[in-house]
Design a protein around this ligand. Structure first.
Ligand code: ADP
Ligand code: MG
Length: 253
């Protein structure tokens, strides 16, 4: 697996989506999406509910299989026969709206389980890096707590640390603060702003425009299964092109 990635050298396009279509039965949810994410880039995806944002981000690690089109990660087409999907998936961290922590495992066990079981990392090494990531999200003192003993914001920070402990090349976030009480949103956003500052490649579906403004290199507005408009945060806040974009932004701000 290491050799698989090592032979590639420097790769600046981490994910390339080419003409992605997705149907659920007869429902045409993604209608020809093209998107390239460069190494180190922070892409924020916004758009109305039901526009296909989750489906799109889930296509990036094949949690959803596109009906048509290509998903290319590190120059390897992932939705091709014999593609090394598990190896590639390990290089993509994902954080969901629901934290999905293992309730009967401690915080630290939540962090070490996948590296040890899936990647074969020695436990001691997974513990050392796990504690480092817990410190990064401000929760080193919670290593031995159980998820139910933590607030929602703390649980989501653990979920972020857990994804990081797989040492991903890219982090995907699907509305990571949408299930949180308002007073806990900022602590999670602060962690994400910190990660962005460290140069991690990030794709974030969020309605948090303050975050987009601070962090995004590029904002993508999705509507009805297509990318309707993309640009810098400034473009969106000062002069969006489409009426539907204006309407959406006026409703969430
Ligand atoms: P968003 O994240 O922008 O709210 P989604 O990608 O979740 O949008 O959903 C886009 C559309 O696809 C919606 O109409 C939704 O009901 C539908 N959809 C999403 N997942 C499934 C699924 N597993 N089966 C059937 N329809 C789905
Ligand atoms: Mg969604």
């Amino acid at each position: 697996m290491v050799a698989f990635f090592a032979k590639k050298g420097v790769i600046d396009k981490v994910i390339v989506l080419e003409n992605i279509h997705k149907y659920f039965g007869s429902l045409h949810v993604l209608k020809g999406v093209n998107l390239t994410v460069q190494s180190g880039e922070k892409v924020v995806i916004i758009g109305p509910s039901g526009s296909g944002k989750s489906t799109l981000i889930r296509c990036m690690n094949l949690l959803e299989m596109p009906t048509e089109g290509k998903v290319v990660v590190d120059e390897v087409q992932m939705n091709a026969p014999k593609a090394p999907v598990p190896a590639l998936r390990q290089s993509i961290g994902m954080v969901f709206q629901q934290f999905n922590l293992y309730p009967h495992k401690t915080v630290l066990e939540n962090l070490t389980l996948a590296p040890v079981k899936i990647k074969g990392v020695p436990l001691e090494e997974a513990v050392t890096s796990g504690l480092k990531y817990l410190e990064r999200v401000g929760l080193q003192d919670k290593a031995n707590a159980y998820p139910a003993q933590l607030s929602g914001g703390q649980q989501q920070r653990v979920a972020i640390a857990r994804a990081l402990n797989m040492h991903p090349k890219i982090m995907l976030f699907d509305e990571p603060t949408s299930a949180l009480d308002p007073e806990m949103i900022q602590e999670v956003l602060d962690v994400m702003v910190g990660l962005a500052g460290e140069g991690i490649t990030m794709v974030v579906v969020t309605h948090e425009m303050g975050f987009a403004r601070k962090v995004a290199d590029r904002v993508i507005f999705m509507d009805q299964g297509q990318i309707l408009e993309e640009g810098t945060p400034e473009h969106f806040f000062i002069n969006p092109t489409h009426e539907r974009t204006k309407l959406f932004l006026s409703r969430i701000n």
